[in-house]
Design a binder for this molecule. Structure first.
Ligand code: NAD
Length: 516
């Protein structure tokens, strides 16, 4: 019942103490080998209360600790991430079905995240949350300083089960918050490994174990945590339908920070002067990487009619050569199975539905049988007339299908290309392929997305930059390099050193009233 990467049996970790979870209320299996259990345990909903109480108890000591001591814990965690890179890669691969090289990529950025977050350079996140002073009068100084929000509920998705929760935990801890962490119920094992590292780093530096608490479970546990009276904020990465529920259940708590990083229906625009090799390779890579299970995957391509035939032909040919197979295969594999059978079925159902509503299936997804018995699916490409920003069921509708399905529309002008790129209620990532500086300038100004790329695809982001989306993709609290911003709030103070308080008009004050 326990993966070799884990040091403990399936458990919650509260205030540094292991609470074993027996039973099979929650079971994660290897998507490539469904007979292999990665993690098994029955969540204990009351642990959500215990986790919040532990995080609350640790908040005072942790937030008052000198910054260097908090950073020492994070540096210790970084070293453990680096030491256990292979263990992370192995369990990420076995629990998500991501190809081993892809899983190793995620494992490799966990430690780097700590360095980037804590860096102090002119453009660093730290420079944005460093206090400052401003002279106000001869005797009065203005001061700005940053305070942690308090106890944060961190809710993770399955697709980057270590990197994305870690992207919330590192800045939260750096600014002095404490955390109740619920990993995706599809990846409890990876969640446990992440929490094991924090437990060890906190203990090694003599910090309270309640700074990071792990609670396993599904929607019920997540709901309990995100609506708990004892928390001060929610740091969520996941889908819009779930983000909506979190937002709705926090409507009466306007002071609570609810940071939402959600899905996308990301567009890539290919203009007539584009380098078609560059555009085709990037569009195929970004549509299908991680089996289409990245929030920034290219979901829609909008190509100009003058190059459409050549471009689409190349994209379809290239996508049809992608190697789908066992994530641990010796030979190069581009993509493994999606996380579960339901995800595979969702791709096949969307493809059928688009075809039924007039879409032209250029590359037909199939469900190949591959030894091990995983629910594999091959890439799908569907040409549609146009994209519409509605959640209907027409071939061009605006729904995030979280799998290897790409839709393409052909347009006849740059105006139409931009209109089509923006024909979405999401706004996470967008790309343009062109050699024209004027077209680039226009796209950077008009593309309605938080991440806008030029001559490279939508998938992938740099932690050195902010990250986040507009519309249904999130609430304008960019993560990445700006994640420290949403983990602390600025306080404004005025510090007076003089004694010349003036008596205002209509006010009377006799000095003898205070004379002894
Ligand atoms: P999901 O929304 O299904 O689940 C995310 C988390 O929410 C899980 O831990 C789940 O247990 C929890 N949850 C479920 N019901 C809940 C409720 N009622 N209240 C609170 N929490 C609840 O997402 P997923 O399938 O794990 O991940 C894929 C989604 O995440 C896609 O939409 C993808 O685009 C998005 N995503 C966004 C980003 C980003 O940074 N913008 C990054 C990765 C993934």
């Amino acid at each position: 019942t326990s993966h070799p990467s884990l040091r403990r049996p399936p458990c919650d970790l509260i205030a540094g103490v292991e609470h074993p979870l027996s039973g099979d209320g929650l079971v994660s299996i290897n998507p490539a080998r469904p007979d292999q259990v990665v993690w098994r345990g029955t969540p204990e909903i009351s642990h959500a209360d215990e986790a919040v109480a532990a995080a609350r108890a640790a908040l005072g000591p942790w937030s008052r600790m000198p910054e260097e001591k908090r950073f020492a814990v994070l540096h210790r965690a970084r070293d453990l991430f680096d030491e256990r890179k292979d263990e992370f890669a192995s369990i990420i691969c076995d629990e998500t079905g991501k190809a081993l090289w892809d899983s190793a990529g995620e494992a490799g950025i966990l430690g780097a995240k700590v360095n980037i977050t804590l860096e102090r350079s002119a453009n660093s996140g730290m420079s944005r949350v460093t206090g400052f002073e401003a002279g106000l009068t001869d005797t009065r100084v203005g001061k700005c300083w940053f305070r942690p929000h308090g106890v944060m509920a961190v809710i993770g998705p399955f697709n980057f089960p270590a990197h994305l929760p870690n992207g919330h935990i590192v800045p939260a801890l750096a600014m002095g918050n404490t955390v109740g962490f619920k990993p995706s119920d599809k990846t409890p094992g990876v969640g446990q490994l992440l929490a094991e590292v924090y437990r060890e780093a906190l203990a090694a530096e003599g910090a309270p174990g309640g700074v990071v608490n792990l609670v396993q479970g599904g929607a019920e546990t997540a709901q309990k945590l995100t609506t708990h009276d004892g928390i001060d904020g929610v740091l969520f990465t996941g889908s819009w339908p779930v983000g909506r529920k979190i937002l709705e259940s926090n409507l009466d708590r306007p002071g609570r920070i609810v940071a939402l990083e959600m899905g996308g229906n990301n567009a890539a625009v290919v203009l007539p002067d584009a380098d078609l090799r560059q555009a085709a390779i990037e569009c195929v890579r970004c549509a299908f990487i991680t089996t289409g299970q990245r929030c920034t995957c290219t979901r829609r391509v909008i190509v100009h009619e003058s190059v459409a035939e050549r471009f689409i032909g190349a994209v379809v040919k290239s996508a049809s050569t992608l190697v789908v197979g066992d994530p641990r295969a010796e030979h190069p594999v581009f993509m493994g199975p999606p996380v579960n059978e339901a995800s595979r079925d969702a791709v096949l159902a969307a493809q059928a539905s688009y075809a039924k509503s007039g879409g032209d299936v250029l590359l037909q997804a199939t469900a190949p049988e591959i030894p091990g018995g995983g629910a594999y699916v091959t890439p799908s490409i569907v040409q549609v007339d146009r994209f519409t920003p509605t959640d209907g069921s027409d071939a061009g509708c605006d729904v995030e299908v979280f799998g290897p399905l790409l839709r393409i529309a052909v347009v006849s002008s740059e105006d139409e290309a931009i209109e089509q790129a923006n024909a979405t209620r999401f706004g996470l990532a967008a790309s343009i392929f062109t050699k024209s500086e004027a077209s680039v300038e226009r796209f950077l100004a008009e593309a309605r997305a938080g991440c806008v790329n030029v001559n490279c695809g939508t998938a992938g982001a740099s932690s050195k930059l902010p990250f986040g989306g507009l519309g249904l993709s999130g609430n304008h609290r960019p993560a990445g390099a700006f994640s420290l911003d949403y983990c602390a709030y600025p306080v404004a103070g005025m510090i007076e050193s003089g004694d010349a308080a003036g008596v205002a008009k209509g006010m009377l004050f006799e000095d003898e009233w205070v004379e002894g």
